[in-house]
Design a protein around this ligand. Structure first.
Ligand code: KIV
Length: 287
């Protein structure tokens, strides 16, 4: 029998950085997917606000609410008791005030039992990060391409591709570590810049589209298993094509239903022994 894994903690993630073991990180939004991630021994799971696109069919992450994030985080936590689970603060759950940020971050822990929260932004959200940390909550920063402010960035564009923009990213990364955040995610950043930041910071620095030299990698599960159809970012590697598998299964099912080939005898509940004769008598009563 496989030995049950011990719960992954923030100290384990620090130790992995220290010994150069890459950290595996994937999003999940529902119970079955999180069960697969847990069974695969994923180190970390992000209940990302990308659930807006991947689960609800929104065009972006902006409409996602705290209540949606909590419900999905609860399901993921139930399915993945040992992975390090991070709840993603949705748009307007932390932008308005430090107090609002703390209350919403607290909901993730109290109602969903996550291990940490993630929020987007660098220098401009430092007071939010400090306030959440002061409440005793583990914080993961997120800089580079920050989808919630993609309007200001002029779309979903890679960041840090000029020296000036790379300097801003480095300043953001240093400020986030200095504030006390325990993890940092870089999204869509050149590998040279990501390598420098990863070497400079003592906290684990994770990549989604930031090259191979970070302390670990994150992908969106719906991209990685070939489920999300609208677009595929450059940094995605598809490990499966479940959209094709599921669509083909559904087409087969339709064919069987139309042809009367489903259900077969093995899919039927027959009457208990002896009851079938009595049933014939029952039918007669209605004739
Ligand atoms: O919501 C999410 O999945 C994210 C990733 C894009 C980093 O924040």
């Amino acid at each position: 029998m496989m030995e049950k894994r011990r719960k992954v903690t923030i100290l384990d993630l620090y130790a992995m950085k220290e010994r150069g073991e890459k950290i595996s990180w994937l999003t999940a939004y529902d119970y079955p997917t999180a069960q697969f991630a847990e069974a695969a021994s994923m180190d970390m799971i992000l209940v990302g606000d990308s659930l807006g696109m991947c689960v609800y069919g929104y065009e972006g992450t902006v409409p996602v609410t705290m209540d949606q994030c909590i419900v999905h985080s609860e399901a993921v936590r139930r399915a993945a008791p040992t992975a390090f689970v991070i709840g993603d603060m949705p748009f307007m759950s932390y932008q308005a005030s430090d107090e609002g940020a703390v209350l919403n971050a607290g909901r993730f822990l109290k109602e969903a039992g996550v291990d940490a929260i993630k929020l987007e932004g660098g220098v401009r959200v430092i007071s939010r990060i400090r306030a959440i940390l002061d409440a005793g909550i583990v914080v993961c920063g997120h800089i580079g391409l920050t989808p919630q402010s993609s309007g200001q960035l002029g779309g979903h564009k890679a960041q840090g591709r000029t020296v000036e923009s790379a300097r801003l990213l480095i300043e953001d990364a240093l400020a986030i570590e200095e504030a006390g955040a325990q993890l940092l995610l870089l999204e869509a950043v050149p590998p040279e810049v990501a390598r420098f930041i990863t070497g400079k910071l003592s906290i684990p620095v994770l990549s989604i589209g930031a090259g191979p030299d970070c302390d670990g990698q994150l992908l969106i599960v719906s991209d990685m298993i070939g489920q999300f159809q609208a677009f595929t970012p450059k940094f995605v590697k598809k490990y499966a094509n479940v959209a094709e598998v599921i669509t083909n299964a559904m087409k087969e099912y339709i064919k069987d239903v139309k042809a009367g080939a489903f259900p077969a005898d093995e899919h039927c509940y027959h009457m208990l022994k002896g009851e079938d004769e009595k049933f014939k008598d029952l039918i007669k009563e209605y004739e």
